[in-house]
Unconditional design. Structure first.
Lengths: 602, 417
């Protein structure tokens, strides 16, 4: 018995030993060999919260604020934390019906029970205040702060652009973005997206089993601070832009003003336009479709996307090319009589100007002079074998002055305009065409169509006597003095400097004693050129090109008013008021300003 | 062999056992304190609104109780054993009528802000009574019918505990099998027990067909190898049919006898179902907490899983998670080592002591410690279904700490007498 029981003591010890051994192996496996539990623990308890940085502001060239951020409040829910609440009260506050509240609750619960979903976007500040006080009565709901773009002045919508939620393609293209993030969709917002957006931050929060945040993980040492977006200084002059938009109100058309020395766009108006505040937040989809359906096409940026026949302002370019090609010299004289330039039975009408040189031809906008010059450029068989070669040489000059291409800077959706190729005419006229066939392009009519931006850039080439800097709308990034050097290389035209002085002299005479006398500004010598672009669809477009001051140009302005009639009547005073305000920071011709602002052309 | 007088002077109270006791209680309090702290924030040690503050009261009162036990005459305790048994049984029955329900088990008596769980004391009372009863059986006739009384002493509290829906505690009373085995329980009981357990698990895990096939193969094998002993044919055939009846009754018992949540827990361990966010949630979180501790642990007060309440009952039944997470495999080894040493020490002293009462009592309480330890660690690590019983001396809870203190210090006192 005693021996037997001693054996049993031993058996019990062995049994215990085996159990302890098995348990130790189990624990060793669980704690040391198996690493998956460590990951699971991290996923369990640590929630990564993305911190969205504030987007950079946009200032004008004089530090006036164009775009800033405004606080917005989204009502969020975590479905599994919801307890019974006063549905009627919530419906009243949010102005929803019960069915809608239920639908949204269900949708959120279907998406995820424990992850926060958006319940209502951008509740008003008043509702936010009210809800914040009563939050304890609505368990599971919370308010998330967000920022929305806001515009103190209702101007420059086309240039500033807008931001909206990313779509699937944005997320695919750039792994920086996650659904629900915001991205610049057009204008400066798009072109400078990586600068304006900043860098997202990450916070690791400890959450408990109910997914409630209880504190920072590792005392916040692993958090990544969000870097706020960098602010940008636009080249725009806010007050000039506003003046331009006011002057163009009630009219369709465009104003582009450039500082020729820098290529900086001072104002860029496309009329009709819209208040950029319309395309912010929850109101955007509704307002956007309204704007898109407007027959006046306010979303369409005429300054960059509309190709117009430039009218007589094109004569400046053709005059330069004729001088460069030695077709004419400053003292060459062409006669104008018999009602204009005759091509068989067709007549390009003029005013029987008599014999005149290029100065007078610009001053009086003589069609005959420029038709002849253009014909002679294209008929130069000493230099060029045939019409195609001569025409292509002309196109080469045009391109060197910034036509036929986009500047590809920071401007949204530029178009190239339309100037046909020689192949086009070969085909159209079955290889039988000459200078006279296309002579109307010599005076800015016919097949040539260019954008207001290209015309303004050509004026900058004249003002700079031979070069331009690609037009752009951002002058500094991060700090107002840190000039944006991306676009500051000079691009030279293939025309020699002395020819610009000749043309500029003609343009001075336009203002002092020619077709553009209403462009005169007291104390400033202005150079200009009127234009009346023939419009097959209605009244002619009124066009004016301006450089001021003529001897030390600070601004070039191109203005086009659709259906405005003669260049001298509408576009000329508008361009001149822009230049006056920009140089003098005030307008003395207040009657003219008032008249132009009130003028309505349908 | 030292005489009784000699042993008193030379041995005194067993210092090793007292040392293990203090170590485990200290680890328990440290861990309870840790589970109350959110990461990075230390709480004042004397805050009696917190669990660790309350546990401090339980620990101090336990020390007082231990001192009293060591100071009074051990025979007084033996003398009142039956009375104590009946008193505990009375309290347990009382619980059925006035008890408060916590976690589905109706096993608590509320007195003011404190609750007492008579079942914990009943384990101690049963061990004590059983030892006293076995010691008193002297004559052969007495011995013959003694097992009936022993069985009744155990089965009565088990029935009451089952009525309280406290399956975990009921299982603890099975621990006396170790005592009975030591004192000569037939090997056949053990063999039958193992066969029944194997068949039950196979049946639940797959289905009856496999179990029947298993039994049939065994039966045919026995019949072939025991061809000479034709006398035993009848007994073997009877046994065979009993096994088959047992197999069919297992599923019936399983379906009718268990609550749905208990079946779920058993299914989880058997791997029959997987539902990480539902029934398996606690077990999963428990394994994650222990597993994420690694070899060295996350450091004291640095556990995330237990602090952020992913683990349920982290200061009571699942307290081992907090130890595993913060102290890692090293902590596991320390706790295992202390328990192993405690249990072995009790068994060793029981064997050495010439007074059979001490041996009976020692094996009784060693069994209780063994079952508590292996079920508790087994459930937190996914070896066993989740059965809610505390880790002795470590888990939060006054009744449990008091009962185990009384159990252990009575043994120390008896062993010294």
């Amino acid at each position: 018995m005693a021996i037997d029981n001693g054996k049993r003591y031993f058996i019990i010890l062995v049994f215990l030993g085996i159990l302890f051994g098995l348990y130790t192996i189990r624990l060793f496996n669980l704690q040391v060999l198996n690493n998956s539990y460590k990951d699971k623990a991290v996923k369990n308890a640590i929630r990564e919260i993305t911190i969205h940085p504030a987007r950079g502001f946009i200032y004008d060239r004089n530090d006036s604020l164009l775009v800033y951020n405004d606080a917005a409040y989204d009502l969020m829910i975590i479905p599994k934390d919801i307890r019974a609440f006063d549905t009627a009260e919530l419906c009243r506050v949010l102005d929803m019906n019960v069915v809608e509240v239920r639908t949204r609750l269900k949708k959120a619960a279907d998406y995820s029970k424990s992850v926060a979903s958006l319940f209502k976007q951008q509740i008003s500040k008043e509702d936010y205040g009210y809800l914040q006080e009563k939050m304890s009565e609505f368990p599971g709901f919370f308010v998330q702060n967000r920022t929305l773009r806001s515009y103190p002045q209702p101007i420059a919508a086309h240039i500033l652009g807008y931001v909206s939620e990313v779509d699937e393609r944005d997320v695919e293209n750039d792994n920086y973005y996650a659904m629900g993030d915001y991205i610049g969709k057009s204008g400066i917002e798009k072109a400078y997206e990586p600068i304006l957006r900043g860098v997202k931050g990450k916070e690791k929060k400890l959450v408990d089993v109910h997914n409630r945040v209880v504190g920072d993980f590792a005392e916040g040492t692993e958090n990544i601070q969000a870097v706020p977006g960098t602010s940008i200084w636009s080249t725009l002059d806010m007050q000039l832009q506003r003046l331009g938009e006011e002057l163009m109100s009630g009219k369709r058309g465009s104003i582009v003003a450039i500082e020729p020395k820098t290529g900086e766009i001072l104002c860029l108006v496309s009329s009709p336009n819209y208040d950029p505040n319309l395309l912010v937040g929850t109101a955007r989809p509704k307002n956007y479709s309204k704007l898109a359906q407007d027959p006046q096409k306010p979303l369409f940026n005429r300054a960059l996307q509309a190709a117009y026949p430039p009218g007589s302002t094109f004569k400046l370019a053709n005059g330069l090319i004729a001088l460069q090609e030695h077709i004419i010299t400053p003292s060459s004289i062409y006669g104008c009589s018999g009602g204009g330039y005759r091509i068989g039975s067709h007549v390009v009408h003029c005013h029987n100007c008599g014999g005149l040189n290029i100065y007078s031809a610009i001053q009086r906008s003589c069609n005959t002079f420029f038709c002849r010059a253009y014909y002679n450029i294209l008929s130069n068989r000493v230099k060029y074998k045939n019409i195609d070669e001569a025409y292509n040489a002309w196109l080469g000059y045009m391109e060197s002055m910034g036509f036929l291409k986009v500047f590809d800077t920071d401007l949204p959706y530029e178009l190239k305009g339309r100037i046909p190729t020689s192949e086009y005419f070969d085909k159209k006229y079955n290889n039988s065409w000459n200078g006279n066939t296309v002579v109307s392009m010599g005076i800015g009519q016919g097949e040539a169509a260019v954008t207001p931006l290209q015309m303004a850039n050509m004026l900058a080439v004249i003002a700079n006597e031979g070069y331009y800097i690609r037009p752009h709308v951002v002058r500094a990034i991060g700090h107002r003095d840190s000039l944006n050097t991306q676009f500051n290389n000079k691009i030279y035209s293939t025309i020699e400097p002395q020819h610009f002085r000749t043309v500029l002299q003609g343009m001075k005479q336009v203002v002092t004693s020619g077709t553009g006398r209403s462009a005169q500004i007291t104390g400033i010598e202005v150079a200009g050129k009127t234009g009346t672009a023939q419009n097959p669809h209605g009244r002619d477009h009124s066009v004016f090109a301006l450089i001021a001051p003529a001897d030390n140009p600070k601004i070039v302005v191109f203005c086009l008013v659709e259906n405005g009639g003669f260049g001298a009547t509408v576009a000329c005073p508008i361009a001149s008021l822009i230049a006056e305000y920009y140089i003098n920071r005030k307008i003395e011709r207040t009657d003219l300003e008032k008249r132009m602002k009130e003028l309505s052309i349908k | 062999m030292p005489t009784l007088e000699n042993s008193k002077i030379t041995k005194g109270f067993d210092v090793k056992l007292i040392g293990y006791y203090f170590a485990l209680v200290f680890i328990g309090w440290m861990t309870i304190y840790s589970t109350c702290c959110i990461q990075g924030v230390s709480l004042p040690i004397f805050d009696f609104n917190q669990l660790y503050g309350k546990q401090m009261i339980w620990i101090i009162t336990s020390f007082v109780m231990a001192a009293i036990i060591l100071l009074i005459d051990g025979r007084i305790i033996q003398h009142y054993a039956y009375f104590f048994y009946l008193f505990c049984l009375f309290l347990m029955v009382l619980v059925l009528f006035i008890g408060a329900e916590i976690n589905g088990a109706k096993s608590w008596i509320k007195i003011g802000s404190f609750s007492i769980q008579p079942t914990e004391f009943m384990k101690f009372a049963t061990a004590l009574t059983l030892a006293k009863f076995m010691q008193e059986g002297k004559t052969a006739t007495q011995r013959r019918y003694m097992w009936i009384w022993q069985f009744l002493l155990i089965i009565i509290p088990v029935i009451v505990v089952m009525l309280q829906h406290d399956a975990g505690s009921a299982l603890v009373f099975a621990s006396f099998i170790i005592l009975f085995y030591r004192e000569g329980l037939s090997n056949e009981f053990i063999v039958f027990g193992i066969i029944a357990a194997t068949l039950a698990i196979v049946t639940l895990f797959s289905n009856e067909i496999y179990s029947i096939a298993l039994v049939s193969i065994a039966f045919i094998a026995i019949m072939i190898f025991n061809q000479q002993q034709r006398k035993k044919y009848g007994r073997n055939i009877l046994l065979y049919f009993l096994c088959i009846v047992f197999i069919f009754s297992v599923n019936l018992f399983y379906e009718k006898g268990f609550e749905p949540h208990q079946k779920q827990r058993i299914d989880t361990i058997l791997g029959k179902t997987s539902d990480p966010l539902g029934a398996d949630f606690n077990l999963n979180q428990s394994k994650i907490a222990i597993g994420s501790g690694g070899f060295f642990g996350k450091g004291y007060l640095n556990g995330t899983q237990t602090k952020l309440k992913f683990v349920p009952e982290q200061s009571t039944d699942f307290i081992f998670c907090a130890i595993g997470e913060e102290w890692g495999f090293l902590g596991t080894l320390v706790v295992f080592g202390l328990y192993g040493a405690l249990i072995l020490r009790i068994l060793k002293l029981s064997e050495k002591n010439r007074n059979p009462f001490v041996r009976y009592y020692g094996y009784g309480i060693a069994g209780i410690f063994i079952v508590h330890f292996f079920i508790n660690i087994g459930m937190t690590t996914g070896i066993l279904p989740i059965i809610g019983i505390p880790l002795p001396l470590i888990s939060y809870g006054g009744s449990s700490l008091w009962a185990f203190t009384m159990m252990l210090f009575c043994f120390i006192k008896f062993n010294d007498n």
